[in-house]
Design a protein around this ligand. Structure first.
Ligand code: AMP
Length: 290
């Protein structure tokens, strides 16, 4: 596997693959790779060749008081994992090349970027949309792979791709969880053993809402109460939001009749965790996907 450190070299590789009519797959990440990232890579490997993974801890999506400097950067282990997964290339640029002095152009997906995760983390989705558009321009992927774990992020990217007529298919992949239900995340490494046990509360809350849905509940207030009932029993959990929203607009819904998400953002100690459940009409019933 080749490690590509400059934008010019990455562009050159992509130009060659495009000229050969090959299908380029891109898996953008911030590194500290786990089985969730590797599931995206496997899917990309099945559908594309070549497959590139990018690792870039994007400074513009971190708030001033967030964890940019302490975000884990185990590059050596990441390189081994990607090589074992048969990725064709790792794009590992320097922040100074991605954001040269005087950089001043940003992408803002209005509305969608300002709710929920965007409201709690002002500027976050502006940073995400900007860097993802840059990665698309540099790597020129036919397909780009994202996890449903970051449901609002992938919606922002889909919206940007539509609005700006981007020539890339956005592929959304399922959430990969640990055996006790906790969604895998690079930030789980921050959790103490005690917090790690408490962190399963997100999955337990979603399961409680899923049970309500299976019992026939369509009313989102009742589902929110079911979420809070579980979350409020966990002393180290501080809920930022626990909401039922439309899967396209991310606006709150009163009654579930369309595709929706149950979305959670919860601080466990000092670590912010997010998780969600997809709720989808299937005939007269609702199907849930954790
Ligand atoms: P990150 O490195 O956290 O920016 O994540 C890179 C990509 O991996 C994003 O598209 C995430 O949604 C995806 N991802 C992270 N964790 C998971 C997971 N547990 N399951 C599936 N995809 C994930």
């Amino acid at each position: 596997m080749e490690t590509i450190r400059t934008i010019a070299w990455m562009k050159e590789k992509s130009r060659e693959a495009r000229l050969d009519q090959r299908k380029i797959g891109l898996v953008p990440t911030m590194g500290a790779l786990h089985a969730g990232h590797l599931a995206l890579v496997e899917r990309a490997r099945r559908e594309c060749s070549p497959v590139y993974t990018s690792i870039f801890v994007n400074p513009t999506q971190f708030g001033a008081h967030e964890d940019l400097s302490r975000y884990p950067r185990p590059w050596e282990a990441d390189i081994e994992k990607l090589a074992a997964a048969n990725v064709d290339g790792l794009f590992l640029p320097e922040a100074a090349e991605v954001y040269p002095p005087g950089f001043s152009t940003y992408v803002h997906v209005e509305g969608l970027s300002d709710r929920l995760e965007g409201k709690s983390r002002p500027g976050h989705f502006r940073g995400v949309a900007t860097v993802v558009l840059k990665l698309f321009e540099i790597v020129q992927p036919n397909y780009a792979y994202f996890g449903r774990k970051d449901a609002q992020q992938v919606r922002v990217i889909q919206h940007m791709a539509r609005d700006l007529n981007l020539d890339v298919q956005i592929v959304v992949c399922p959430i990969v969880r640990d055996s006790d239900g906790l969604a895998l995340s690079s930030r789980n490494a921050y959790l103490s053993p005690e917090e790690r046990r408490a962190a399963t509360v997100l999955h337990r809350a979603l399961q409680a809402a899923a049970a309500e849905i299976q019992a026939g509940t369509r009313d989102s207030m009742r589902l929110q109460r079911a979420l809070h009932k579980v979350l409020d029993r966990e002393p180290s959990a501080r809920v930022d939001y626990a909401e039922i929203v439309d899967a396209e607009s991310f606006e709150p819904v009163v009654r579930i009749g369309r595709r929706c998400y149950a979305l959670l953002a919860v601080d466990i100690g000092k670590t912010r965790l997010i998780d969600n459940m997809l709720i989808e009409p299937e005939g007269d019933a609702l199907r849930v996907e954790l």
